[in-house]
Design a binder for this molecule. Structure first.
Ligand code: TMP
Length: 212
């Protein structure tokens, strides 16, 4: 029986979600009355990190879209079983950098795989578990890509190298998911200054977790 909570951080590449998550993690650990963990997809556990390596290798340009989708789903399943479910059973709060919506936005809207197939596979991989709250860091694709290109500390992965139109479809995919599930998915304007984005995110999290 699920007792803990999942909050996922989503958005196109270059939206800054990982920086915001890392900044707010210690704040939440201090304020939240319970244990908080931070993890990421694809990855989070050894097997899934190895799958991440295969998916994101810039040399793997011949990877088929369905192969890519299946690898994300495999990484998700392993991560869920090995790490997320045990944390939820202990009643902990799991903050996750990307989850099911990334597959819908990137492999569904971005690559053109039927969204109904992606939904089915997500459901199969997670046994139907969905985040309790999803924060969507929305940024115009041109801004996101420009940020990636100027950030020397960030690893450049195979999906970063995709053309602008793929990134635009991903963004539209996220926005359409948010309009379909407005209660779960909250949009944050990530084109603002990092300071403002962090403040907006903190406000939403504190309200949701009833911290203030
Ligand atoms: P990251 O750079 O945020 O760690 O994510 C790695 C890349 O993987 C990013 O470009 C988004 C992509 N991705 C998908 O295409 N589908 C997925 O299901 C997930 C989790 C990530």
């Amino acid at each position: 029986m699920k007792k803990g909570k999942i909050i996922s951080f989503e958005g196109p590449d270059g939206a800054g979600k990982s920086t915001v998550l890392e900044t707010l993690m210690p704040v939440l650990q201090q304020k939240y009355d319970g244990h908080v963990i931070m993890t990421r997809e694809p990855g989070g556990v050894a097997i899934a990190e190895k799958i991440r390596h295969v998916i994101l290798d810039v040399n793997h340009t011949s990877m088929d879209s369905k192969t890519e989708l299946l690898l994300y789903a495999a990484a998700r399943r392993q991560h869920l079983v090995e790490k997320i479910l045990p944390e939820l059973e202990k009643g902990n709060l799991v903050l996750i950098d990307r989850f099911i919506d990334s597959s819908v936005a990137y492999q569904g809207y971005g690559r053109g795989i039927a969204v109904s197939d992606v939904d089915w596979l997500n459901h199969y991989a997670t046994d139907g578990i969905k985040p309790d709250l999803t924060l969507l860091f929305d940024v115009p694709s041109e801004t996101g890509l420009a940020r990636i290109q100027t950030n020397n500390e960030r690893e450049v992965n195979r999906l970063d190298l995709e053309k602008l139109d793929m990134h635009q479809r991903v963004r539209q995919g996220y926005l359409s998911l948010a309009s379909q599930e407005p209660k779960r998915i909250k949009i944050i304007d990530a084109s603002q200054s990092l300071e403002t984005v962090i403040k907006d995110t903190q406000t939403i999290l504190e309200t949701f977790l009833e911290l203030s």
